[in-house]
Design a binder for this molecule. Structure first.
Ligand code: SF4
Length: 343
């Protein structure tokens, strides 16, 4: 079967592609999402999908249309019903037309994976389009794999969006009272999530990580200063803490990565890189820049992670602020070098 799958983003495509492949169906992905705003968000989601499609070797067709004005013109009269009246329709109809014109046997959409979308309405709309254009609609209730797919996407370090797509959904994500709950059938059950790696923000006792933070910063006094107000993130591999990172706010535009450390037995597995990617995705919604202060030896690592803008050097930082001499291999640490990365 030649199947064209409208694809809203990489994380939602993970379970859909996997489950279709398990059935022996090889989907072709079709990107047409003029509902995603602002442009930086549109581009980030599209680029992530391009990256993911290469990763899993699936064909991707891009319909390039950043349709902010057209979208707003069409939904502004009835914002409450924008998903059903315009957003679903415009995306899916374009997909179906492309499928028809290019001799596909069937179409489907990754929108069917999200428990936050209006699933039954989507299904009905696809059935209508199927009749109108005389092409099969392949229905699957992908929602059972939503959690599994999202967990896998996080493991792969894919960009995870914080809102559905349009500016109105972005606004809703900040207004807690409008947060939508998934509308699922009574007996609905998600597939159990199989996750080896998870990253989360520690909400309980941050002090339990002091010993590990001391691996990267040998001053307990320094750690105390930034631990109190900083956000601490933990990467777990199965039951073990593998890597932690601490981030503090500098001003309204800037955060600083104060400390990142991977346990000895988990080094050289890419966990620090995964953690940095997670932090960047997490902070890019609200901040413009992430700073890092480092010793000379570690500059190449951070530059490789995108901290490629030199900011400043604080001379004798490690001499003036630490009681004992600090050595990094054969090199005595003296100056602190600051680099930054645009978010
Ligand atoms: S909330 Fe999502 S589905 Fe609804 S209009 Fe906005 S982008 Fe489209």
């Amino acid at each position: 079967m030649r199947l064209l799958m409208h694809t809203c983003c990489a994380p939602c495509s993970v379970y859909c592609i996997d489950s279709l492949r398990n059935e022996g169906i090889e989907p072709v992905l079709y990107w047409f999402n003029p509902n995603i705003h602002p442009y930086i968000e549109y581009k980030t989601r599209k680029d992530t999908l391009i990256e993911y499609s290469k990763m899993v070797d699936v064909k991707l067709i891009i319909n390039e249309n950043y349709g902010l004005r057209e979208f707003c013109k069409n939904v502004i009269k009835d914002l409450e019903n924008r998903c059903l009246d315009y957003c679903y329709k415009v995306r899916l109809e374009e997909t179906v037309k492309y499928a028809k014109e290019n001799d596909y046997d069937a179409f489907t959409t990754t929108l069917l994976v999200s428990p936050y979308q209006k699933h039954d309405n989507l299904k009905r709309l696809c059935e209508e389009l199927s009749r109108k254009y005389e092409i099969e609609f392949l229905y699957r209730d992908f929602r059972i794999g939503f959690r599994e797919g999202q967990a896998r996407a996080r493991e792969l370090g894919l960009y995870m969006q914080k809102y559905c797509g349009c500016v109105f959904s972005e606004e809703a994500s900040f207004l807690t009272h409008t947060n939508t709950k998934p509308d699922l059938p009574e007996d609905f059950e998600f597939l159990p999530v199989k996750r080896d790696i998870i990253i989360y923000k520690e909400k309980s006792d941050k002090k339990q990580y002091v010993d590990l933070l001391l691996d990267a910063d040998p001053s307990e006094k320094m750690i105390e200063k930034y631990l109190k107000d900083g956000d601490l993130f933990v990467l777990r591999y199965k039951d073990d803490v593998a890597c932690i990172a601490l981030v503090t706010k500098i001003d309204n535009d800037t955060v600083e990565l104060k400390n990142i450390v991977t346990k000895e037995e988990f080094r050289r597995k890419g966990y620090a890189k995964k953690m940095i990617k997670y932090l960047v995705d997490n902070y890019k919604q609200r901040y413009k820049k992430m700073l890092v202060g480092t010793t000379e030896n570690n500059i190449p690592f951070y530059v490789k992670q995108g901290f490629d803008k030199y900011e400043k050097t604080i001379k004798n930082f490690f001499i003036d602020n630490y009681e004992k001499e600090i050595w990094d291999g054969d090199l005595q640490c003296m100056d602190m070098y600051y680099y930054s990365k645009d978010l």
